[in-house]
Design a protein around this ligand. Structure first.
Ligand SMILES: [Fe+2]
Ligand SMILES: [Fe+2]
Length: 183
């Protein structure tokens, strides 16, 4: 029941295609991991889908009206589960919110990784995510000029927090992005 609500809310606030794609991509990875860890697929998918829904309407990371503070307040007002709200707050390192649940750790680990994998697919000869290999992604990570904005240390740190071997996490996200569909 949370996934359709998250989807409606996302489309209410976001029109930017890149941001929508990113939101769906994180949702796909979260659904993949919910299945893997035997967790609530609806809640996990919703958390991925909604984590950046205030990004287009916020211009900063200001605690008053920035991302994700503003979104978190809206989600609380709409009675989204506290676990989801806490995970959304915790996906932004600068909030200082600790990631105490598997849900929060997983969101953190899937956020940047899904974006990095998408960027890798753009420079792959096939342009297809399902054609990517872990080796291809690792090579791009070593290229400092590629996707400069993505913090490589954060990629590794978030995977460690989740307790996953880094290569396995890359492989899981490639599989998620090329096989999961959001209803
Ligand atoms: Fe974010
Ligand atoms: Fe994000």
């Amino acid at each position: 029941m949370w996934l359709p609500r998250a989807k409606t809310l996302l489309h209410e606030y976001v029109t930017d295609e890149k941001l929508l794609r990113h939101s769906y991509d994180v949702g796909k990875c979260m659904i993949f991991y919910a299945r893997k860890f035997n967790q609530d697929e609806d809640l996990w998918g919703a958390t991925g889908l909604i984590h950046d829904f205030d990004y287009q309407i916020t211009q900063s990371c200001d605690p008053l009206d920035g991302h994700p503070y503003k979104g978190v307040r809206i989600l609380s007002q709409l009675n989204f589960p506290a676990e989801l709200v806490d995970a959304v707050l915790g996906h932004a390192e600068y909030t200082g919110k600790s990631r105490d649940t598997l849900l929060a750790k997983c969101l953190f680990a899937c956020d940047e990784m899904s974006g990095f994998i998408f960027s890798c697919s753009r420079v792959h000869p096939s342009k297809q995510i399902d054609q990517l290999t872990v080796e291809f992604v690792l090579k791009r990570m070593k290229e400092n000029s590629f996707s400069k904005a993505v913090d490589r240390n954060l990629l590794r740190k978030s995977s460690e927090e989740l307790g996953l071997d880094f290569e396995t996490h890359i492989s899981n996200c490639i599989t998620a992005l090329s096989s999961i569909t959001i209803p």
